[in-house]
Design a binder for this molecule. Structure first.
Ligand code: FAD
Length: 393
């Protein structure tokens, strides 16, 4: 059964994966979808359309929500076959990775029917409104307030570090709906259209030179009542579940063992050649150790993916998150040190463009141990929920 599925899939992929959507994915070609999608390479759009038509952007979701109803085993085979062909992801989406899975569990039938198919088709770009100036690791201290106004909520407050808020169509947002309840018990989970009057964003510039995230302000924003997910004041459970999906999908996909420019290529670049063994024995050993770490991480990710495919999402995602952050940061440190002075370039024709990319990737990796919950916070989760260590007095 799985052999025939693999054979049919292989045939379909060979026929439908455009050659220019294989291999490393340049940042400007990332297929974020949304209301105003940008496809500098038309094949990226074609690839997305073909994957959508098969339900393969959300392979395990029900067909009525735009999925393909694949079993966990078939989903694994699909991932393997895509990887074998070095297929670029057809869609990058916080909706697919984070919101969709919690809507499947906590959404009403009408919320699922309204939001899941456009997510699977890449028609809505979502951002995540969790962190606030006074609530990061201690997320439950958030103070953005949603006032019950009878037929709608009125939202006031501020979020921070909202990745791509200035480009997103909708935001999934944690808001306080009861100021008097214990802090975890007065939080609700709202879906808000970024076009709503009263929402504004201000980009924040990063050390890597990019501005991928923003401050997001809510000023008397009116939100229809039916955009609340789950029950009023019970959003904390949804918030935690979504973080587990974030840690698994986003951390692993974004920086886990799948660097498009392998370390041995960086070492060759540093020695001025493209082929053959790395000449310097010290570099050779460092690269071998680094690539072994990445390989080990890919097995850990695969194991967590298998659990997730079987409908189990757990604190194991914190292990993946901590390991992926650490291994990617080690990888980036090694890459810039292999490149020597060339690893410290910022711009200019004297630098190889691949080396410039490495410098920025190294700077970007500093955030890996912060985003999606810091490594310290995830180690606390591992101590409590996996190792079951006693809490501090
Ligand atoms: C690249 C990037 C993208 C992001 N994207 C988003 C986004 O899209 N949406 C969003 O809502 N947020 C986003 N964030 C924010 C991120 O979730 C927070 O930065 C993170 O949760 C940490 O919060 P903080 O920055 O307020 O740090 P703090 O909570 O102030 O932590 C400061 C330091 O104290 C440590 N610390 C805090 N509490 C404990 C504890 N109990 N035990 C041990 N150590 C502790 C932390 O580990 C950290 O080292 C993003 C962050 C980054 C870097």
């Amino acid at each position: 059964m799985s052999d025939s599925f693999r054979a049919e899939l292989r045939q379909w992929l060979e026929a439908n994966l455009p050659p220019s959507t294989r291999g490393s994915l340049p940042e400007q070609e990332i297929p974020w979808g949304g209301r105003h999608p940008e496809y500098p390479n038309p094949d990226t759009k074609l690839w997305l359309e073909r994957m959508v038509a098969r339900g393969f952007t959300a392979p395990t979701w029900a067909k009525q929500y735009g999925g393909a109803e694949l079993s966990p085993e078939q989903d694994r085979i699909l991932k393997e076959e895509l990887q074998r062909l070095q297929a670029r992801p057809a869609l990058f989406s916080f909706g697919l990775w984070m919101l969709g899975p919690v809507l499947l569990e906590y959404g009403t039938d009408s919320q699922k029917a309204e939001f899941l198919p456009p997510i699977a088709r890449g028609e809505i770009r979502w951002c995540q409104g969790y962190s606030e100036p006074g609530a990061g690791s201690d997320l439950a201290s958030l103070s953005t307030f949603a006032e019950d106004c009878g037929d709608h909520w009125k939202v006031n407050g501020q979020k921070v570090w909202t990745s791509y808020a200035d480009k997103a169509d909708w935001i999934f947002c944690l808001v306080r709906t009861d100021k008097d309840a214990p802090k975890h018990k007065g939080i609700s989970f709202l879906l808000i259209d970024m076009n709503s009057p009263g929402i504004s964003t201000r980009p924040i510039k990063l050390i890597s030179g990019n501005s991928p995230f923003c401050e997001t302000f809510f000023d008397d924003v009116k939100v229809p009542k039916n955009q609340l997910v789950g029950k009023v004041n019970e959003g904390w459970e949804i918030a935690k579940k979504l973080l587990q999906y974030e840690r698994q999908n986003v951390s692993a996909a974004a920086f886990g063992g799948d660097n498009s420019f392998p370390l041995h290529q960086v070492a060759r670049l540093s020695e001025g050649h493209d082929q053959g063994p790395i000449v310097d024995p010290i570099k050779r050993v460092a690269v071998a150790k680094g690539e072994m770490r990445e390989q080990a991480l890919s097995y850990l990710v695969a194991r967590a993916n298998r659990e997730m495919g079987a409908g189990r999402i757990s604190a194991l995602t914190s292990v993946v998150k901590v390991a992926a952050a650490e291994i990617n940061q080690q990888r980036q440190e090694l890459a810039v040190s292999l490149l020597g002075m060339d690893g410290l370039g910022w711009s200019g024709e004297q630098f190889d463009s691949r080396a410039l990319k490495e410098t920025r990737a190294w700077l970007r990796s500093k955030g890996n141990s912060i985003e999606g919950g810091t490594s310290e916070v995830n180690l606390n989760i591992i101590a409590r929920h996996i190792l079951r260590l006693p809490q501090e007095p």
